[in-house]
Design a binder for this molecule. Structure first.
Ligand code: TYD
Ligand code: MG
Length: 474
């Protein structure tokens, strides 16, 4: 029987099937499977055949775990927020995948990084597979970077790119914008397919390791924010960085998702201006700008993003619902976490949200993943329900357990210091806070459980025009 040369490959996760089907069982995507000719063996890739070489290997020279560890050699881009996310600069010979929505500013950021490096005398290539050379030049002109000695080409064939990298003086940085447009003649699939993207990425990664150049691959993202195409590229590269932001806001957040040479969860904050992306040195001030401190339902959360404290306002709106099943909508936070906090408030503090629509918003477009935001979210919810504004100079942080107890979170002092710097004077925080030192930078208001929090907010309640469903001592 002839060996089958084509297979059906899911274009979103790379799973292969013998026949077409509507749903990919590996990633659950619908209509993502299409026919691909089997790839020719990738250069340098592919497992050796099982029978070959059994018993013929050479014993490896094994070493202990301790020994001289070397800091990987890095090249700082000169853009502070970008270097913070990569862990201090691009590591030589490493490959970074950067993903983000279309129009978020990936090409802009990378043009700025290329220009900064090129101006310091490094050889930098910018390969655009999406835009013509003229378009890239126009952007550079708009950014005021047209005089930077960046070497530019519009190309999509990876063999050509590798040959360009190999010719001439050593290249320090290569930007490939984007990996989805690249194709290799060693791979027998149509450009844009998973097999092509994977094959092209593999060739570029090998070239990076061989030549010591840092390669940045731009990747598209799908509607739900995953980096499109094969997840396998994420596994192959050294670092995955996502560039986020929301269309209505000017600022953009660069977030490390994976980093073999540095910390993850570090963020860089930029603002998109008419002249490109500018770094934001004090994100908290930006996120709190335009805050209406006297409104009910707003609590300031002292959070930590990576190693950096960031203050954001969490806004809640609890409004009578006209729907059979009241609406719960969340922007910037985990909806499951909101459901949990609401359930705890109902069960442990006797508050009634069952007949109300509940909206929760993290102001400014930041996305929060920390459980420490529970207390701020709960305070905002109670404040909105009671129609009573929270003290304008207070911040909140702490994790809420299912019992209603407020649990300690890490880095309490860093959070308070940042808040004190911005003029806040009181912190509502978990009762026994391990690392709150003797000399806290602000007044401590320990909250042992949800009941404490409810009582605290109820004691501030002014006679409200509308009847309040919450009962503090319930
Ligand atoms: P771009 O870098 O092309 O996005 P991506 O490569 O992620 O698709 O940025 C596109 C958007 O940025 C575009 O809508 C215009 C805006 N922009 C500015 O506001 N200021 C600028 O200086 C530049 C270059 C772009
Ligand atoms: Mg682009």
């Amino acid at each position: 029987m002839a060996r089958q040369l084509s297979s059906y490959v899911c274009q979103s996760c790379g799973a292969a099937y013998g026949r077409w089907q509507g749903k990919c069982e590996a990633c659950g995507g619908w209509n993502t499977i299409s026919l691909e000719t089997a790839a020719a063996p990738l250069p340098g890739g592919g497992a050796p055949s099982r029978s070959a070489g059994r018993g013929k290997g050479r014993p490896l020279a094994l070493e202990g775990l301790s020994g001289a560890a070397q800091e990987p050699p890095r090249v700082a881009s000169g853009i502070g927020e970008l270097d913070r996310v990569t862990g201090g600069g691009f590591v030589k010979g490493s490959v970074i995948l950067i993903g983000g929505d279309p129009g978020i500013g990936k090409s802009t950021l990378l043009t700025q990084a290329c220009a900064a490096l090129a101006r310091r005398g490094e050889r930098v290539l910018y390969i655009s597979g999406e835009e013509a050379v003229g378009q890239v030049r126009l952007r550079a002109e708009r950014l005021g970077l047209a005089d930077a000695p960046v070497e530019l080409a519009a190309a999509t064939n990876v063999e050509d790119i590798v040959a360009t990298m190999a010719a001439g003086p050593p290249v320090r940085l290569v930007v490939i914008d984007s990996i989805q447009t690249m194709w290799s003649s060693a791979v027998e699939s149509a450009p844009g397919t998973v097999t092509q993207v994977r094959g092209s990425a593999q060739i570029l990664i090998r070239q990076a390791k061989d030549s010591g150049a840092c390669v940045i691959l731009v990747g598209h993202v799908t509607k739900d924010g995953q980096i499109a195409g094969p997840r396998v590229v994420e596994h192959m590269v050294d670092a995955v960085v996502s560039f986020e932001g929301d269309g209505g806001h000017h600022f953009r957040i660069l977030r490390a998702v994976k980093n073999r040479f540095g910390p993850t969860d570090e963020i860089g904050v930029f603002e998109m201006t008419g002249g490109g992306l500018s770094e934001v040195a004090n994100p908290s001030a930006l996120f709190l700008a335009g805050r209406d401190a006297g409104a009910a339902g707003a609590a300031v959360f002292a959070g930590i993003e990576g190693t950096r404290p960031v203050l954001v306002e969490i806004q809640a709106l609890v409004a009578p619902s006209s729907l059979g099943t009241p609406r719960r909508a969340v922007v910037g936070w985990d909806p499951a976490r909101l459901s949990m906090v609401l359930a705890v408030l109902e069960a442990r503090a006797g508050l009634k949200f069952g007949l109300s629509d509940v909206y929760l918003n993290v102001a400014g477009g930041l996305r929060i993943n920390e459980p420490a935001a529970d207390l701020a979210a709960a305070a905002a919810l109670i404040s909105s329900l009671a129609g009573s504004p929270l003290p304008p100079d207070a911040v909140y942080f702490g994790e809420i357990g299912l019992s209603g107890a407020v649990r300690p979170v890490s880095l309490a002092n860093a959070r308070m210091k940042e808040a004190a710097k911005l003029g806040f004077r009181a912190a509502h925080l978990p009762a026994p806070t391990r690392d709150a030192e003797k000399d806290p930078p602000m007044t401590l208001r320990p909250v042992a459980d949800i009941g404490d929090l409810t009582a605290m907010i109820a004691s501030r309640r002014r006679p409200a025009p509308r009847p309040v469903a919450a009962d503090a001592d319930g």
